[in-house]
Ligand binder design. Structure first.
Ligand code: GCB
Length: 651
């Protein structure tokens, strides 16, 4: 069996060199440690949408120069949240253009007086273009939602007498253009018999509401002035030893020492090292296994890095602790292997939105969703169609939920979107995704796009370049994009490691005809496999069901139809999963909001859970199926029981 992708960690040096080459500066998750503090700026911010005709009044009047309330009326805006659903004004729900956020904060004295302290402002995400001012000084710009960015603001805060009061102003523009990710277009409606002068609409080419704002936490954190800037960890297994390869980048001084320790889950030191790079060997290592694949899933070690350095102001030390899962991955012609064993993705696609917070990060929602995933017996999800909050990936690491990490390359539907500016930006976005998420054991594959127009020659070249770039950034993980093109038309499938297929038989085609699914799905799989001999994931399939709608015999939009459609898919998936189909991800975990359209009833209702996270009939069907598959594929073989519920058929 020819190994197509293999995690060959003798190539460590090459990988680490390439990572360092492409990604300048780290993006370690801010954590508290003996040398680091963090101050969250979540809560109420002042907010103002710029409704002026050209949306530029805020810049013309320089709203960042003085408190926002002095520029005109402001609203209270919770952070994190999307601004769209918070107010009662329809114009805000649908707003396109610049919105302004502002918040004041007083810093602790030690942050402003100790010149060996570095103060960083970090924005978890701002969708989609952001400009940040601190006390009216332009600090930072960032393009692209869904990923963090930060600025060292030490020079600004360590200047004068106490107290150090900061005014942080963030202007965010949610306009999508042909070169943003996702792309979009603005259409001016010039027929004055129908539209007022200057009337425009934002056209998007994807199926979720373009929620925007400060949707993840904003925070300040400190490090010493000489600090651990980045850590890159890769792992492999040699006989029964785990190998942990690390590379550390330090900024601020060349005069430093690094001590590295690997601790097991009981806090026992199992290996040590020194210096900026090395390999730690763990005899008898406990491996990181996906949920339900092994009796002991999701085992995490901690890589503790201690830095001591000399600076002109005296000695400093820094400390960072990174969770590490030891696991391997490989892709063959027909299998996806984790720790040398065939892994079958039985999971979901998600979105980050729910009720009035839009896509705003929310702990209760996160924990509820993980409880539901575990209830369902799901072992994987795809971050459709953008990178999720870092806290989500941390949960995946801890619970063994495997992730296909997708960038916001969604809606690449028009030929003009495959241009050089977009390509450059897309590569840059992949650098940011890999830089942020590379150390998560749960992340097993990168997805560079969802349903691009991959039948176009220009898309073939474009995707080839993005995939090659992603592989150069991280040769340890397979790379894919998700296609809806046909096997004979797709120009980019030759470049992926795993074929990911979306299909909606008896929903968007031959709707109502459930009896055609088995034939059409079988043909789909066989054609693709014959052409490419690569493992295949059914990355989307599903049907809409409005919770509470029932009909027998089943009709579209009822819970029965959704369930019956899934059952038909499952017949074929069961035949092919023993051959070359390596996964199935239902569309979708939960109902989600979309733009308004005659095809959508208050959003997309293909969830197996409602937007309020209550199960439809299909959830019980999938639950039965996923637990059954889990029990067939567990190593060493033993039957797993749902730990989530009493009163359950599975306990
Ligand atoms: C798709 C898209 C997804 C849509 C889904 C649907 O193929 O990838 O974003 O929401 O179909 O329900 O139409």
């Amino acid at each position: 069996m020819a190994l197509r992708t293999l995690v060959a960690w003798s190539a460590l040096g090459l990988l680490l060199w390439r990572c360092a080459l492409a990604l300048q500066g780290g993006m370690l998750y801010p954590q508290e440690s003996p040398s680091r503090e963090r101050k969250e700026l979540d809560g109420l911010w002042s907010f103002r949408a710029d409704f002026s005709g050209n949306r530029r009044r805020g810049f013309e009047e320089q709203w960042y120069r003085r408190p926002l309330r002095e520029s005109g009326p402001t609203l209270d805006m919770p952070v994190p949240s999307s601004f769209n659903d918070i107010g009662q004004d329809w114009h805000l729900w649908d707003f396109v253009g610049w919105v302004w956020y502002e918040r004041e904060v007083i810093l602790p004295e030690r942050w402003t007086q100790d010149l060996r302290t570095r103060v960083v402002l970090r924005i978890g995400s701002a969708h989609s273009y952001a400009i940040v001012w601190v006390n009216g000084v332009d600090m930072l710009e960032h393009e692209g939602g869904y990923l963090p960015f930060e600025a060292d603001i030490s020079n600004l805060v360590q200047v004068g007498p106490l107290p150090s009061r900061l005014r942080i102003t963030i202007a965010i523009n949610n306009t999508l253009t042909p070169t943003t990710l996702p792309p979009g277009t603005i259409q001016y409606m010039n027929d004055t018999s129908k539209y007022p002068k200057g009337y425009f609409v934002q056209n998007i080419y994807f199926d979720f509401f373009n929620y925007a704002g400060l949707q993840r936490s904003v925070l300040l954190y400190t490090t010493p002035t000489t600090y651990i800037d980045d850590i890159t960890v890769t792992t492999s297994v040699e006989q029964d030893s785990g190998l942990v390869n690390y590379q550390i980048s330090v900024k601020g001084s060349n005069l430093f020492e690094l001590e590295v320790r690997l601790l097991d889950a009981e806090n026992k030191v199992v290996a040590n090292g020194t210096g900026t790079q090395g390999q730690l060997k763990v005899p008898g290592a406990s491996l990181w296994w996906p949920y339900l694949m092994h009796e002991r899933p999701a085992y995490l070690y901690s890589l503790e890095v201690r830095l001591t350095a000399q600076t002109s102001l005296g000695p400093v030390s820094d400390f960072y602790s990174l969770p590490v899962g030891i696991r391997t991955m490989a892709v063959t012609e027909s299998q996806f292997l984790i720790n040398g064993k065939p892994f079958y993705f039985h999971g979901v696609n998600k979105h980050e939105d729910a009720d009035i917070r839009g896509k705003g990060f929310d702990w209760p929602l996160l924990v509820k969703d993980f409880n539901l995933l575990r209830w369902l017996g799901a072992n994987a999800f795809r971050t459709s169609h953008y990178p999720y909050a870092e806290e989500v990936l941390q949960m995946c690491d801890r619970h063994g939920i495997v992730v296909i990490d997708e960038c916001p390359g969604v809606g690449l539907a028009l030929p003009q979107f495959f241009n050089n500016v977009s390509l450059h930006h897309h590569m840059r976005v992949m650098e940011e995704v890999v830089r942020r998420d590379k150390n998560h054991p749960a992340v097993v594959m990168w997805s560079v796009a969802n349903e691009p127009a991959s039948h176009l020659e220009s898309a073939g070249y474009y995707l080839k370049m993005v995939i090659a770039h992603t592989k150069a950034l991280d040769p340890s993980r397979p790379v894919t994009f998700v296609t809806k093109s046909s096997y004979s038309a797709d120009k980019a499938a030759p470049y992926v490691d795993v074929i990911c297929l979306n299909s909606y038989y008896s929903w968007y085609h031959d709707f109502g005809h459930l009896e055609l699914i088995q034939r059409q799905l079988t043909t789909q799989f066989e054609n693709w496999y014959k052409t490419y001999q690569k493992p295949i994931i059914q990355s989307e399939y599903g049907a809409e069901a409005i919770a509470g709608f029932h009909q027998d015999p089943p009709l579209m939009f009822t819970e029965e139809y959704q369930k019956s459609l899934l059952e038909q898919y499952h017949v074929v998936l069961d035949q092919k999963r023993r051959k070359y189909v390596v996964g199935e991800l239902i569309w979708n975990f939960a109902d989600f909001m979309t733009e308004q359209s005659p095809l959508r009833v208050l959003g997309n209702k293909k969830g197996i859970f409602t937007r309020q996270r209550q199960p439809k009939s299909a959830a019980f069907l999938l639950r039965e199926r996923y637990w059954k598959i889990a029990n067939e594929t567990r190593y060493p073989h033993s039957v797993a029981k749902s730990q989530c519920l009493e009163n359950s058929a599975f306990t």
